[in-house]
Design a protein around this ligand. Structure first.
Ligand SMILES: O=C1C[C@@](O)(C(=O)O)C[C@@H](O)[C@@H]1O
Length: 803
């Protein structure tokens, strides 16, 4: 049997259409999406005016209702037709007409059409009370003329951008709409298929670059809708407790589509893990539903999961054929996991041909993964399952879908774990009442077991440099190892010779190291592979051993957490990516980067300043100014990046407005400001992103920078973000100046302090070196607590070896 044709994989550059009710947030999302995908934003109102020469309101007044309605639909169709590629198209009210909806349905064959919705009460509050009910009713039709949907989840609870002066708000200042932007941009990456490729190209060792089914070991956190509905702890508490999360729909409330859409969005946002979406046929302890009741409902629900762009759709292959076929036809870029569950007594043993036949059927249907679970009463020794897996490998040629197979009993899934990938786990605070898998395993225990069984090895990790005894990394990394069940150790080693560094790296139990001065540049020639970011910056701050048996990156990546001889090393730079993350998180929608206009300022000309410049470039900023006490060094850095930009074959070209307002292409992205007292350079916007990369305390006898901004440079009417990298002291002269300026002059400035950045660096280093997701909240918390202890003179802070 052959699987159906996948109807929802479109040209990656196909225009994306946004439909939905007024007040759903289409314009804002359209703007965010256009910036993210670097596409043109087409809005219906604007297009109407462009085509007819007058606004819709004027047209209505001048020509009356009937002619307006006809014109409106014509314009709508033309808008879709003449912008088939490279755009984000925001539809207005026209999409409520039947003719427009027919056109959208047709468009769905070739392009993504996303239905944007949000909580009904929120939309109603934004609409005129008289037409709210009618509009919301009409809005429901949008589901039928779209092929994706995005739930726009309000994030008002998390932001306090520069509006408050409380200590809490000073610490973490995520921008308003940050969560929505993250949700939407990830969603776009998933449905266009660019996410996975981008992650792999950007940093092949990053956690997101390797899907869970291709990791050497991976775990699935099972979360049931019934459980989530009654959850009395924050979802964030589930952070980093698996490689992916399985969302199991085991309840069918009246507004199930709404409940499910919201829940998927929440899981995505709070856990940041790929989602396996599963609709359970017969939940434990529930009334059995008749086939005519459950098949259509569950089939719609499966489609909903695909419309929401989940990474994996789990489909029971013992269910109704039409339900399976529909899911496979609609799968788009989601991967389908085909399941066979043998839940009761009398399940065929693993050597029964039935299992091989099942696997073959799943493969021929087009499933991307196959999952088989079997209720076992002690009738099936571990060896049987192992032989079955070998049989699959020997009889079915590659490429074949990865196999997840295990036995379970009333006591839970058998340990030691039988499947290498997607092993079901629970959170430590969860009971197992309603899960038929009676899951008793917790991620950290399971991962710990891999070490206990010598499948993985305890390793030594380091922060190495000439002045690292006060590094906060050992505290953060050791806490993260403990959380994840890894018996690794992390310590600070003070050393300044390359020979000694090499000796540490060549140890069989070396796991990886964060590097500081003087090694960030010196190590470069010794590295076999570098990320292209590290090459562009000309510096490395994380090294890892390459222990793969072949040359394949995946092999090396999956050899992390294993000991052995390593002659070759990989180098990456997380300095830039942490600055990038902090800037992205703090920047307000009004200050989103517009390459031809947005201006950034970097203070300093050392290694960190290079990373900061690169972060600005990666954000799309093409007007970067550098200020450094020694002007010559600033020039060197500017030259480095201007030369590098020239080699990028136009990818980095920017457009600088000429005197007449036209755009002049130039490759000079970095310029030097010579004196602090200079007025801001003419012709350039005032900076909205400022990164200070100079020490605030005296180093090696040189006086501290004590840098503060020239008041004249601070006058951006929309404020901006200041990132301070120094945290000794935490309130540097610049941070103090910005707090005061924010309180007294412009509350739109956001300040990111040095601890936030250094925690981000440690998080990214952890993920690169171990290949596991970092417990970010824990690491950030440990970072601040350790720093406070150090300030109080507590003994736990300073540590490490001197070599
Ligand atoms: O600046 C830092 C912080 C750091 O030195 C630390 O102590 O964690 C580690 C370095 O790799 C990084 O560049």
């Amino acid at each position: 049997m052959l699987g159906p044709r996948n109807e929802r994989v479109f040209d990656p550059n196909a225009s994306i259409v946004l439909v939905g009710c007024r007040g759903a947030g289409k314009r804002t999302l359209g703007f965010m999406g256009a910036l993210h995908l670097r596409r043109r934003l087409v809005t219906e109102d604007h297009y109407f005016e462009k085509l007819t020469g007058i606004s819709r309101g004027q047209f209505l007044l001048q020509h009356g209702k009937d002619l307006f309605a006809r014109q409106d639909v014509e314009v709508f169709k033309r808008m879709l037709d003449s912008n088939r590629f490279g755009c984000i198209i925001e539809c207005g009210m026209s999409s409520l007409s039947e003719e427009a909806q027919d056109a959208l349905r047709e468009y769905c064959r070739t392009n993504p059409v996303i239905y944007i919705h949000r909580e009904r009460e929120q939309i109603a509050a934004l609409l005129d009370a008289t037409d709210a009910t009618a509009l919301l009713k009409a809005d429901e039709k949008h589901r039928e003329c779209s092929n994706f949907e995005f739930y726009n989840l309000d994030d008002s609870a998390t932001h306090c951008v520069g509006t408050s002066t409380s200590a809490d708000c000073r610490q973490t200042v995520p921008s308003k709409l940050l969560n929505v932007r993250e949700d939407f941009t990830k969603f776009l990456d998933q449905i266009t298929g660019r996410g996975a490729t981008k992650a792999w190209l950007e940093s092949p060792f990053s956690v997101v670059a390797i899907p869970p089914e291709f990791r050497s070991y991976s775990y699935t956190l099972r979360l049931r809708l019934s459980y989530l509905q009654e959850l009395d702890m924050a979802l964030e508490e589930f952070e980093a407790s698996a490689d992916c999360v399985e969302f199991i729909i085991d309840q069918w409330p009246g507004d199930v589509a709404e409940v499910v859409s919201k829940q998927v969005t929440l899981l995505r946002r709070k856990l940041g893990l790929p989602i396996i979406y599963h609709v359970e046929e017969n939940p434990r302890g529930q009334r059995r539903r008749a086939p005519e009741e459950k098949n259509p409902v569950d089939s719609d629900l499966l489609e909903l999961g695909l419309r929401l762009g989940v990474e994996y759709l789990s489909v029971d292959l013992q269910r109704d054929e039409s339900l399976i076929q529909r899911a496979l036809r609609y799968k788009g870029r989601s991967k389908v996991i085909g399941n066979y569950w043998y839940m009761g007594f009398g399940a065929p043993p693993w050597h029964d041909d039935q299992h091989l036949e099942n696997y073959r059927r799943a493969q021929s249907l087009g499933c991307d993964l196959v999952r088989m679970a079997r209720f076992s009463t002690g009738d099936s020794p571990v060896g049987y399952l192992e032989s079955f897996k070998k049989r699959v490998e020997q009889t079915i040629p590659n490429p074949r879908p990865p196999l997840v197979a295990y036995d379970f009993s009333v006591l839970g899934i058998r340990t030691p774990l039988q499947s290498k990938i997607l092993n079901p786990v629970k959170h430590r605070d969860m009971d197992t009442d309603h899960d038929f898998l009676a899951i008793i395993n917790i991620y950290s225990h399971c991962f710990g077991l891999e070490f206990q069984q010598f499948l993985l090895d305890p390793l030594e990790f380091y922060v190495i440099g000439s002045n690292v005894s006060w590094s906060l990394s050992p505290a953060m990394q050791n806490a993260a190892y403990e959380f994840s069940g890894m018996p690794h150790t992390f310590q600070a080693v003070t050393c300044s010779t390359l020979d000694r560094l090499t000796q540490i790296c060549l140890s069989d139990t070396f796991g990886g190291a964060s590097l500081t001065a003087p090694f960030k540049l010196a190590i470069m020639p010794q590295l076999k592979v570098k990320s292209h970011h590290a090459t562009a910056i000309g510096a490395v701050n994380v090294v890892l051993p390459l222990r793969g048996k072949t040359n394949a990156i995946l092999d090396h990546a999956n050899s992390r957490n294993k000991a052995g001889a390593a002659q070759e090393f990989f180098g990456d730079n997380t300095d830039w990516s942490s600055i990038f993350t902090c800037l992205r998180r703090a920047i307000s929608p009004r200050n989103y980067v517009q390459p031809s206009k947005t201006t950034g300022l970097v203070i300093g000309a050392g290694g960190m300043a290079r990373a900061a410049i690169y972060a600005l470039i990666q954000l799309g900023c093409r007007n970067i100014f550098i200020y450094n006490r020694t002007v010559e060094r600033a020039r060197e850095v500017a030259n480095h990046f201007n030369n590098w930009a020239k080699g990028q074959q136009g990818m980095i070209a920017m457009a600088k407005p000429g005197a007449d307002g036209s755009q002049l292409p130039t490759l000079e992205i970095c310029r030097v400001i010579e004196r602090l007292a200079d007025p801001w350079p003419e012709g350039y916007q005032l900076p909205t992103m400022v990164i200070s990369c100079v020490p605030a305390t005296s180093l090696d006898g040189t006086p501290p920078a004590d840098f503060v901004m020239s008041e004249g440079w601070l006058r951006s009417p929309t404020g901006g973000v200041v990132v301070e990298l120094a945290y000794e002291p935490l309130i540097t002269p610049l941070v103090a100046q910005m707090y005061a300026y924010r309180d007294q002059v412009n509350p739109s400035w956001v300040v990111v302090d040095g601890l936030e950045v250094v925690a981000e660096m440690a998080i990214e280093a952890f993920e690169l070196m171990t290949g596991r997701m970092a417990p970010k909240r824990l690491m950030k918390d440990v970072c601040r607590r350790t720093w406070e202890q150090q300030q109080r003179g507590g003994g736990d802070g300073a540590s490490g070896l001197v070599l």
